[in-house]
Design a protein around this ligand. Sequence first.
Ligand SMILES: [Zn+2]
Length: 212
Amino acid sequence: MLPRSRTPVAPAGEPSDRVVRARLVAACRRLDSRGLIAGAEGNLSARLRGGKIAITPSGMRKADVRERDLLTISADGKLSAGQRRGARPSSEMPMHLAIYAARPDVRAVVHAHPRAATGFAVAGKTLPRGVLAELDDVLGDVPLAPFRRPGSGQLGFAVAQALGQANVALLARHGAVAVGSSVDAALNLMESLEQAARIVLAAHILHGVIDD
Ligand SMILES: [Zn+2]
């Protein structure tokens, strides 16, 4: 069963639904162009005014997603009327809904499979604190959620629980998720997570090879 959401009213100054949808489409393209996803991987969503959620469709390359392809769902996952025939929301919808239910402050969720960050997740490791200022200051805690089958409600609960009040998390044997007060905030965190993972990985490889 999907969690009930404490649906927040959009704070004053929140962008219009049209702007939110345009930013989601732009974020889809950027995830693809920066190689943070491949094929039809990844999924994004954002709260709309009035409590509904716009989410990417299942099975589409994110670079091809247009505003009309985004689906509108309620906080408990019901498709709004008037959607494109045959369109289905991302298979990871339960994870998005679980995060929104647990975090009224979150207005956007970005899920991707960035190579270096996912490498840490596959190895069952999270990113270390105290080795990279950017990592500590911008990303904060990066919890590692235990493996649950992709697309399952169990994954949603595990990720929401692991996130707590953090804004980024690794998903064991799977990928990463970033959340934020806007689409761009969540996207920036996803990019910073991957950047930090690559730097930590490079430093780890160099250790013992390069003389001080
Ligand atoms: Zn995934």
